[in-house]
Design a protein around this ligand. Structure first.
Ligand SMILES: C[S@@+](CC[C@H](N)C(=O)[O-])C[C@H]1O[C@@H](n2cnc3c(N)ncnc32)[C@H](O)[C@@H]1O
Length: 271
């Protein structure tokens, strides 16, 4: 399996992986993900010789990954017996970055071809299971142990699903577990509606299928679900502190437009 054999939305894992690998080249990285760098080297033997402009790094995606990591670490510190559902995992190395204790059971889920590629690039570990399924075929949920706290992470996934599928997913997870945290990111309605013209998405034959102007309102879908908070991405303090000066300037300019400043919303729910 090669990354060139991925199709449609599966290909969207590549720019995110590259962003994480390039972040690791910075003198003071935001995420510091050596697994991403190693995976890039395996996928592209010339990777180390390639020069990328700093503006090509895509640091906002790295900030998003760090935000999800920070929330996940804090939940797992309070719930060392948790089950983690990392949905639409792509080639993200979160389980290795976080390195949870053996009391946590971690599930990484993505399409079969992505999981096949993952198996070639990332090592197995104890208490860690790969699920090769579409997230929308909810029969995968039957394989997960219940009666334990759950941490559901959907990074860069929700916009590629329909609202109906997101709703079914969230309500099924809440129904299946006694307690838990759901962390995900969404795009606003304008970004969804214009996504078929987005040059990056077009390059990967992908488009968004849902958008939310008020992602906190997803909590209304289930009586046990509560919105907790949101964490910034394009104007995050870590981006402003660590990004190279030209990238900081680019984001400051972009953030003058409120729509761009909140072009991705990273939100957390509990139940
Ligand atoms: C933008 S990438 C993000 C990958 C990873 N979460 C990260 O941040 O590096 C989107 C991922 O969602 C996966 N995906 C999209 N729709 C999916 C579905 N219906 N079922 C399973 N995975 C899906 C894609 O295959 C891809 O790996």
């Amino acid at each position: 399996m090669k990354d060139t054999e991925l199709v449609g939305v599966q290909k969207t894992l590549s720019p995110v992986l590259r962003a994480k690998a390039l972040d690791n080249r910075l003198p003071d990285p935001i995420l510091g993900d050596e697994y991403a760098e190693q995976a890039m080297r395996r996928l592209d033997p010339d990777y180390d010789n390639r020069r990328f402009g700093t503006s090509q790094i895509g640091l906002a995606a790295v900030v998003r990954a760090k935000a999800h990591d920070d929330w996940a670490r804090s939940f797992l510190a309070d719930h060392p017996d948790a089950v983690v559902l990392h949905l639409g995992c792509g080639l993200d190395a979160r389980v290795y970055r976080i390195d949870p204790p053996a009391t946590v059971d971690w599930y990484d889920l993505d399409y079969p071809s992505v999981i096949e590629l993952r198996q070639q690039l990332l090592p197995p570990r104890e208490h860690y299971t790969l699920i090769d399924s579409s997230v929308t075929d909810l029969t995968w949920l039957e394989r997960i142990p219940r009666a334990r706290p759950v941490l559901m992470i959907a990074e860069g996934l929700v916009p590629y699903l329909t609202e109906t599928d997101v709703r079914r997913l969230l309500t099924s997870v809440v129904d299946a577990f006694p307690t838990g945290q759901i962390q995900l990111d969404t795009v606003p309605v304008w970004a969804w509606r214009t996504s078929k013209w987005d040059p990056t998405l077009r390059k990967y034959d992908a488009q968004f299928h849902c958008g939310f102007n008020d992602p906190a309102a997803l909590a209304d879908w289930h009586p046990r679900l509560e919105y907790v908070d949101e964490t910034p991405m394009n104007d995050s303090p870590v981006l402003m502190a660590k990004a190279p000066a030209n990238i900081r300037r680019m984001y400051r300019l972009m953030n003058l437009l409120p729509g761009m400043k909140r072009s991705t919303r990273i939100v957390r729910f509990r139940f």
